[in-house]
Design a protein around this ligand. Structure first.
Ligand SMILES: Cc1cc2nc3c(=O)[nH]c(=O)nc-3n(C[C@H](O)[C@H](O)[C@H](O)COP(=O)(O)O)c2cc1C
Length: 354
């Protein structure tokens, strides 16, 4: 199967095209320090061509979940080093997803601090999950233009820390209604000035972050994830194809290792084809995600529509997913009740094939 064949992604030599999608699992400490349990979980999945580690906060005050990891303290770097060592010991490759939660960072999770966003528009189609329970999202504070270089610096520092932690590269999280995506899509960005209005302006923060991260890692170890159609976190854009094309062109011009496309909408409200324009405009490795079976992934790769597929819930529940695909074996069923809960249950206890 082509899905199981090797692939060069920038500077990385992947053993197959079955990648672990980034999955927030909330198994770090309350100080956002990665744990030995996380090292075990990721090492279990090291047979994926690339492990894309979960959304990881670039700074204090940017938490949108409880006990998700960060990459801004010495302890967090040391915790991640245990994870990368464990994956490397199994012959795997691992990149870190660099993330700022933007308006999804509820004040209850961040010492009372009001979240920041391109515009003072809150998330209304969901609730924030905090230790106090499910609560309405805050209306965020609109960032001033003169604060944005500081955000870029935080991403750069986090990229440097990821290097210290032994990762093989980084993925910039530009998806799912978090800070960079909020700037990109016009449903959340109503700014005037250099970071609002045109697609070019709305993409500026994302592009500046990519350039800062490239300055640390080199373009051949940097990827970007976007989700132009996803309405999760109250997101929408008037022209998803146009933003896809623009971002793909920018990534292509910079020689980015990969572009990681979420092809659809978690909530099924927005539809369209963003994969074809991404393929047309981006010359590097194109990774697709969302709802793929092995058969569909294989057919899409064989047709030249994409190069690799990131598997989320199926890889979460099947630590040996590439081997199962090779054997055409049955798949374990994911236990959604344990996606974000503490401890090993529904995390490290999914069985491998017998
Ligand atoms: C429990 C869970 C956590 C997730 N966390 C992240 C994340 O940290 N970063 C991200 O970009 N996407 C995240 N996603 C989205 C997944 O990466 C993926 O897009 C989604 O599961 C759809 O792919 P699938 O159909 O292969 O599962 C998460 C999804 C789930 C179910």
């Amino acid at each position: 199967m082509q899905l199981l064949s090797p692939l060069t992604v920038g500077a990385l030599q992947l053993q197959n095209r079955v990648l672990l999608a980034p999955l927030t699992r909330c198994r770090a400490t309350t100080d956002h320090v990665p744990t030995p349990l996380m090292a075990e979980y990721y090492a279990q999945r090291a047979s994926g061509g690339l492990v894309i580690a979960e959304a990881t906060a670039i700074s204090e005050g940017a938490s949108a979940f409880y006990t998700e990891p960060g990459i801004y303290s010495e302890a967090q770097i040391a915790g991640w080093k245990q994870v990368t060592d464990a994956v490397h010991a199994k012959g795997g490759l691992i990149v870190l997803q660099l993330w700022h939660g933007g308006r999804a960072c509820h004040s209850d999770l961040n010492g009372g601090a009001i979240p920041i966003a391109p515009s003072a528009i809150g998330i209304t189609n969901d609730k924030a999950h905090t230790p106090k329970g499910s609560v309405p999202y805050d209306v965020p504070r609109e960032l001033r233009d003169d604060e944005l270089p500081g955000i870029v610096d935080l991403f750069k520092k986090a990229a440097e820390n990821a290097k210290l932690a032994g990762f093989d590269g980084v993925e910039v999280h530009g998806a799912n209604g978090y800070l960079l995506d909020e700037f990109l899509r016009d449903g959340a960005n109503k700014r005037s000035g250099p970071y609002g209005g045109s697609i070019e302006n709305r993409a500026s923060l994302m592009v500046e972050v990519i350039d800062a991260v490239i300055s640390v890692w080199g373009a051949d170890r940097v990827g970007l994830r976007i989700s132009p159609l996803n309405s999760y976190n109250s997101m929408i854009d008037s022209d998803p194809v146009a933003i896809t094309t623009y971002i793909a062109e920018q990534c292509s011009a910079r020689g980015l290792a990969y572009l990681h496309m979420m092809r659809a909408d978690f909530l099924g409200e927005q539809s369209g084809d963003v994969m074809t324009p991404a393929r047309a405009a981006f010359k590097g490795t194109l990774i697709a995600n969302m709802g793929y079976t092995a058969d569909e992934a294989e057919a899409a790769i064989a047709d030249g529509k994409l190069d690799a597929v990131a598997f989320g819930t199926s890889f979460l529940a099947n630590p040996d997913l590439p081997a199962r695909i090779a054997a055409k074996a049955e798949l374990n069923v994911p236990n959604a009740a344990k996606f974000y809960s503490p401890g090993p249950e529904g995390y490290t206890d999914y069985p491998t094939m017998v």
